[in-house]
Design a protein around this ligand. Structure first.
Ligand SMILES: [Zn+2]
Length: 229
């Protein structure tokens, strides 16, 4: 197992959790550089933070104590639970994101994300089904860590649910598909479910990204509804 060492970069932006940790939320920083992201995450005026930030070279910065509620997820929901920050550890992964030049996550960076999640799990009982992307819990506002994030590598270590690799299924009705999307955990209101659909595709089936309720997406729903239960 890779040793995990932390570079301390304390942020003042946190408050009390009032409950136990049972979720890990992964982000990309979406800024031009790691330093710019660190400055913002430590700026009292910005009122945002995270517990850890993983740089592209694998350096892990520790910003807020795990026992505290860092401010990384904002307004969101998963399986009907709304205070995501109170229950989660927030991990920022350096990448310019869709706005500034989205690119592959380096292998060294992902190795350290994996080591960090293993380390966090020695302290908190977070199951693989509760390691999520920011866009999963806030699909209307967010697209991070995005379709290039290698969930399969985390899944290979038993740390997260991976991606769908099966065939299409045209037999599933629209109504059943929508019910599955909700059963997986997404907040998908009747008149605004398009964002949750896209977030699902980024997370579980990037091949079907922006293809609507396609037969491949429907088959992925069915698979994920079981895998994420
Ligand atoms: Zn985020």
């Amino acid at each position: 197992m890779t040793d995990v060492t932390f570079v301390s970069r304390p942020s003042p932006n946190f408050d009390d959790r009032g409950r136990a940790v049972d979720m890990i939320v992964l982000h990309y920083t979406g800024m031009k550089s790691a330093e710019e992201a660190l400055r913002r995450l430590c700026d009292p005026a910005a009122r945002v933070s995270c517990h850890y930030l993983v740089d592209e070279d694998g350096t892990i910065y520790a910003l807020a104590p795990e026992g505290k509620r860092a401010w990384h997820a904002g307004v969101g929901a998963w399986k009907g639970e709304t205070d995501i920050n109170a229950r989660s550890i927030g991990v920022e992964i350096v990448n310019p994101g869709h706005e500034w030049g989205y690119r592959k996550f380096p292998a060294r960076q992902i190795d350290m994300v994996i080591a960090l999640i293993k380390d966090i799990k020695t302290r908190h009982g977070v199951p693989a089904t509760r390691v999520l992307g920011h866009s999963d819990v806030a699909p209307q506002r967010k697209e991070d860590p995005g379709e290039l994030f290698p969930w399969g590598k985390l899944a290979a270590e038993g740390l997260a649910v991976g991606r769908y690799a099966g065939d299409e299924d045209p037999s599933i009705s629209y109504q059943d598909a929508l019910a599955m999307l909700r059963a997986i955990g997404y907040d998908a209101p009747d008149n605004a479910h398009a964002a949750a659909l896209v977030a699902f595709q980024r997370r579980f089936c990037p091949k079907a990204l922006a293809q609507g309720f396609s037969p491949l997406t429907k088959a992925a729903f069915k698979w994920a509804a079981t895998a994420m239960a």
